[in-house]
Write a protein that binds this ligand. Structure first.
Ligand SMILES: NC(=O)c1ccc[n+]([C@@H]2O[C@H](COP(=O)([O-])OP(=O)(O)OC[C@H]3O[C@@H](n4cnc5c(N)ncnc54)[C@H](OP(=O)(O)O)[C@@H]3O)[C@@H](O)[C@H]2O)c1
Length: 287
């Protein structure tokens, strides 16, 4: 049995979609904490358990007889404690192989801006390795889908205003990351391996503006305001506090080159060249 967490989320649903092309639905199970979403998942023919990372009893019940478990990282305040709980439950339930999706972080960056989230990624990886379970770790670059979220759908008219300075980041399409993860889950091997899922090279937002200018024939400008100025702009547009927090955080880590990654295993795991950033920008902004 292959057991997925986060299967209703953006990444998990991409994993599930691909997995169901590779293995029969009765060999797949998922965890969801929302009964309505659990019903939708069940319609795909898979087994679904109601449970939550923080509730160990729900996990112990769900993980009985599971061979492979995919833990999709959480993003709540207590993500690290929740991850540890899932890993402990996997060990106690006799799960044979745990797969974890975390972040692809630039090892040369000394002082991360990501705070507890970085700790959560790195400490979870170490906790898995020390658990003695057979593991596969996916270190994911930023989703390409975050770009329209940061720069807006009308970027060809508005230009880019984003406080990421000249920092570079690598991006990949979520669907392709999900496909690669499903390929690994459905095949044998990959024991105690760590894979980087992203596309190369890394780009700055100035370079993204240049690509968009070239593709559209318009002059797409790039400005990197001070974070306080940017925050005030977003407030004026009525953006919620949590979205402002997220945008400022992501801009700060990109400026700090934390997602400036120089290696990738995505092509190898997909079996074809992943979508380049140019192609992604073209299909997204020049429809
Ligand atoms: N690489 C990137 O650019 C990037 C960007 C954003 C986030 N991330 C990280 O990557 C993860 C997956 O991304 P995504 O876009 O698929 O996020 P998502 O759409 O929010 O999906 C996360 C999934 O995990 C589930 N989950 C989280 N905490 C849980 C818990 N305590 N118990 C049970 N289920 C839990 C969520 O359930 P609910 O819907 O019930 O919360 C959801 O199904 C995120 O959680 C975050 O850690 C990466």
């Amino acid at each position: 049995m292959i057991f997925l967490t986060g299967a209703s989320g953006n990444l998990g649903s991409a994993v599930l979609e691909r997995l169901l092309k590779l293995v029969p639905a009765n060999k797949v199970a998922a965890l969801d904490r929302n009964p309505n979403r659990a019903k939708i998942l069940k319609q795909k023919g898979i087994s679904v358990f109601i449970g939550e990372y923080a509730d160990k009893a729900s996990l112990l019940d769900a993980l009985k007889g599971v061979e492979k478990l995919l833990l999709v990282s959480g993003n709540g305040e207590n993500a690290l404690g929740e991850h540890k709980n899932v890993i402990d439950a996997a060990k106690e339930s006799g799960v044979k192989h745990i797969y974890y999706t975390g972040g692809a972080l630039n090892k040369n960056v000394q002082h991360s801006q990501l705070g507890p989230l970085t700790d959560s990624y790195i400490t979870t990886e170490n906790y898995i390795i020390e658990s003695g379970l057979t593991y596969t770790i996916f270190q994911n670059g930023l989703y390409a889908e975050t770009i329209p979220y940061f720069i807006g759908e009308q970027v060809l008219e508005t230009g880019i205003s984003f406080p990421a300075g000249e920092g570079k980041s690598s991006f990949a399409k979520r669907a392709e990351m999900g496909e690669a993860i499903a390929n690994v889950l459905a095949s044998e091997g990959h024991e105690n391996k760590t894979y980087l899922l992203t596309t190369l090279p890394s780009y700055s937002f100035r370079e993204i503006a240049e690509i968009l200018s070239e593709l559209s024939g318009k002059n797409v400008s790039y400005t990197s305001p001070e974070p306080e100025e940017y925050e005030a702009q977003l407030k004026e547009y009525g953006v919620s506090d949590s979205d402002i927090w997220y945008s400022l955080l992501l801009a700060a880590i990109i400026k700090n080159n934390e997602y400036n990654i120089t290696d990738s295993d995505l092509e190898k795991l997909l079996g074809y060249k992943p979508t380049s950033l140019d192609a992604y920008l073209k299909e997204t902004f020049l429809k």
